[in-house]
Design a protein around this ligand. Structure first.
Ligand code: ADP
Length: 424
């Protein structure tokens, strides 16, 4: 067995979130974008296959998840994990229940858990009810989610509606009695005919105990919190040696650049801070929409500067400027245009020897990783909570790239300046 934990995540940010937890637990972790074509490198303990299966039709989600499972099995995987959102984003049609049942069928697994609790992010479960902060799931903003509105908080019922078999509950009283009590309860629920148990969890301690109780479970399902206790199982079994090097990346070189397509408050401050001391190129949405060759202009501007100091290329603008540009050109059209422009600039920069790249903005990051042909990301040291450096593999013949993908609102004001210090 080369992979200790093989995970299937129903979206990309969820995959990186889970990967961060595993790296913190001492596991060397790789996130793959979709099912990879190649074998997993030998020095990896955990793999997270990032799918886009949260809101696709259930058949498609099942097909993609089984494809990922098949790949992980062929790599030799000890334990499996199906990762979804900590707000249990799903509908009566799925995709959590149908995917969980399909994976269990393929693995011959008789019983599993469903635990989206993530106390660090204020997602807790009590008597099977999911709380978001101080309110029930169905009283939170998730009630109005455009794709997966969550109108019920009782997860036993929510999951049963999207399952073919009954769902049980492991209450907090049992969790508080420790791992053996939880395992005993699993056996009782399974004997009663349940295929899955929602598990109460109010704290990280609860999740650590739950992890211990799931030591021999073939497949677990949950948010990223339920994975907290799993690395310790592998350590106890002598399969994982704890070092402080789980987040160590191979050395990287090449020029340094920042691409910012986010207009979020945090990114605005980060852009302003970097512009004060470093060369910066601003993308003008009006010129872009008028058909000017902004990619060519940005690359011509950047080329002589590369390698001397980090450069910044951004479309980041104030809310007023964004609103007026959107009113003129349409929000979606302009957003897509800017994303494409930044993605093409990224391609040009990498061709010109940029080897260390920070991208700001969720959608922008998606466009850039696609344009660069990124296949997998090895998770490295954390720059700020939720934003690690990664080593991006772009397939045979392409030099690996140090890549940091920053959600718009993450990071301190000096993020673009301090991040480089973590690279060797
Ligand atoms: P965040 O993580 O902050 O939400 P995203 O990259 O996900 O950032 O989204 C930002 C969106 O705004 C992208 O579609 C981007 O192309 C668009 N955008 C960036 N700059 C501007 C601008 N100056 N005017 C209008 N839209 C912009």
């Amino acid at each position: 067995m080369s992979i200790l934990l093989g995970c299937i995540a129903d979206d990309f940010t969820g995959a990186t979130d889970l990967a961060g937890i595993l790296v913190n637990g001492g596991m060397r972790t790789l996130v793959t974008i979709g099912v990879p074509e190649r074998a997993i490198p030998a020095d990896v303990d955990a793999v997270v296959v990032a799918l886009k299966s949260r809101t696709t039709p259930p058949d498609e989600a099942i097909r993609d998840s089984l494809g990922a499972l098949d790949y992980l099995r062929r790599q030799g995987t000890r334990q499996y994990y199906f990762k979804y959102c900590s707000t249990f984003d799903s509908t009566d049609r799925g995709n959590i229940g149908p995917v969980a049942e399909a994976l269990m069928g393929a693995l011959g697994a008789a019983f599993t858990i469903a635990c989206p609790a993530f106390p660090a992010n204020a997602r807790t479960i009590y008597k099977g009810y999911l709380f978001v902060g101080d309110v029930l799931l169905n009283e939170s903003g998730m009630r109005n989610h455009p794709l997966t509105p969550m109108t019920h908080a009782n997860l036993v019922r929510v999951l049963a509606l999207q399952s073919t078999r009954p769902v049980g509950l492991v209450e907090h009283g049992t969790v508080a009695r420790g791992a053996p009590a939880i395992t005993e309860r699993f056996a009782a629920l399974q004997a009663k005919g349940d295929y899955c148990a929602i598990v109460d969890a109010l704290s990280n301690d609860d999740l650590m105990v739950l992890g211990e109780a799931c030591r021999d479970m073939v497949l677990l399902t949950g948010g990223s919190g339920a994975a907290l206790g799993l690395p310790a199982n592998f350590v106890r079994a002598g399969l994982l040696r704890l070092t402080d090097a789980a987040d160590r990346l191979p050395p990287s070189d090449g020029a340094r650049a920042v691409l910012a397509g986010s207009c979020s408050t945090a990114t605005q401050a980060q852009v302003a801070k970097m512009r004060a001391t470093h060369p910066a190129f601003e993308i003008d949405p009006v010129a872009l929409a008028a058909g000017e060759d902004i990619v060519g202009a940005a690359l011509e501007w950047a080329t002589p500067k590369l390698g001397q100091e980090p450069i910044l290329i951004s479309s980041t603008a104030s809310p007023d400027a964004v609103r007026s540009a959107q009113a003129r050109y349409g929000a979606e059209r302009l957003g897509g245009l800017i994303e494409n422009t930044l993605a093409n600039i990224a391609g040009g920069l990498v061709e010109r020897d940029v080897g260390q790249l920070i991208v700001a903005g969720g959608e922008t990051s998606g466009a850039v990783t696609k344009a660069l042909g990124v296949q997998s990301l090895r998770i490295g040291p954390q720059i700020d909570p939720g934003v690690p450096w990664t080593q991006a593999d772009r397939g045979p013949g392409n030099r690996p790239l140090a890549l940091a993908l920053k959600s718009g609102n993450f990071g301190t004001e000096d993020f673009f300046l301090k991040a480089w210090n973590l690279l060797v």
